[in-house]
Design a protein around this ligand. Structure first.
Ligand code: ASP
Ligand code: MG
Length: 366
């Protein structure tokens, strides 16, 4: 059994989706079951949030909604140009996409009428992104004829039936006990390709929830660890975890191997390649996570595992966060005075300013 996750940039359009199909079908030479977790088409989640906010403000959102629909329909039609399989029916998937957009349109209209969007409603709105992409990608898997077509035919899976969370909408906490049972029961004796919606889940009473922005990585890790797979593959648009942000540091290069702890540290501090919570389920079951580049499948990528890289003599990497303010308070009046820090940090806290790093000179002058 293999688990592969493809992010939004890897499924941005028809050409990229067909490349994903190629990569995943290649895996079917080594295994009987591949679980393919996918994100929404790149930019879709942001666009859905914009639509909800526009609807809330009472403004007209129909042009943006139509553009989003056109993009999905175009993607599907372009994929269908490669259709070699008379059994797979473009019309069926087209109908699914059209009815999802009808449903979305009605919900947005509800927001417009009420002039209100709760985090619960927003989760329902953004869930359309992954449901749409997964349906289109399932279709893409099913168009190509192959000799062992029963093995490579794909089934759409709505992760809301498997991953159960609490009701912290926008960033829901997973109930691992129920979720792992659901996943194991569902995938028992299952063969073929399963295309699973990333990012979305449901509460115990069936309301749609999400796992936090970038949460599709986490979906793959939750499913992979429940099934005790031998590795979890995260396919993205770069060749692994870099020593620094390559858009800032020209000499940055991908690390072949980092430990769970190093990956966790890097991802919490700005390296966007992996969503931080992803690491924990894998670490608990000691399953390596492999980061691979969809555009360069032959590149080695990065393995994240328990092992410490002993060959590396220097630090693992430098991560960075943009838009950080640096505040320096100095003056003789602070030396030896108790409560100065309390006043400073209370003032910041009152304005809901989060502090990520604190340091004080031993003289207490600054
Ligand atoms: N589509 C979701 C987002 O943009 C989840 C993901 O891409 O992993 O946050
Ligand atoms: Mg994304």
């Amino acid at each position: 059994m293999k688990i592969l996750k493809f992010g939004g940039s890897s499924v941005a359009d028809s050409e990229k989706i067909l490349n994903v199909v190629k990569i995943a079908k290649q895996k079917m030479l080594e295994t009987k079951t591949a679980i393919v977790v996918v994100s929404a088409l790149s930019g879709t989640t942001d666009e859905l949030i914009n639509l909800a906010n526009t609807a809330k403000s009472g403004k007209d959102y129909s042009v943006s909604l139509n553009n989003l629909k056109d993009r999905h329909i175009l993607c599907l039609k372009e994929i269908s140009l490669y259709n070699l399989n008379s059994n797979s029916n473009l019309k069926d998937t087209e109908n699914i996409v059209a009815s999802l957009f009808n449903d979305l349109s009605q919900k947005l209209n509800g927001i417009k009428l009420l002039k209100e969007v709760s985090s619960k409603t927003l989760d329902t709105i953004v869930s359309f992104g992954e449901i749409l992409s997964s349906n289109i990608i399932t279709f893409a898997f099913n168009i190509s004829k192959s000799d062992n077509s029963e093995n490579t035919s794909a089934t759409f899976i709505d992760a809301r039936n498997l991953i159960i969370t609490d009701q912290s909408y926008g960033n829901a906490k997973v109930n691992f006990e129920i979720t792992e049972k659901n996943i194991n029961k569902f995938f028992e004796n299952k063969f073929g390709i399963y295309v699973v919606t990333g990012f979305i889940a449901s509460s115990e009473d069936g309301e749609t929830t999400t796992l936090g922005r970038g949460g599709s990585d986490y979906t793959a890790s939750i499913i992979g660890s429940a099934l005790n797979v031998s590795e979890i593959e995260i396919w993205t648009d770069v060749s692994g975890l870099y020593t620094a942000d390559p858009s800032i540091v020209k000499k940055a290069f991908p690390q072949n191997h980092v430990s769970y702890a190093e990956a966790m540290e890097l991802s919490h501090f700005g390296a966007k390649v992996i969503y931080p919570p992803t690491i924990l389920p894998a670490l608990n079951k000691d399953i390596p996570i492999i980061i691979k580049n969809t555009y360069q499948p032959e590149a080695q990528g990065t393995i994240i595992s328990k092992q410490i890289n002993k060959e590396r003599k220097t630090i693992c990497g430098i991560s960075s966060i943009k838009s950080i303010s640096f505040l320096r308070l100095e003056g003789g009046g602070m030396v030896g005075i108790a409560g100065i820090s309390k006043r400073l940090f209370s003032a910041l806290a009152d304005k809901k300013i989060n502090v990520i790093l604190i340091t004080q000179a031993s003289s207490e002058h600054t």
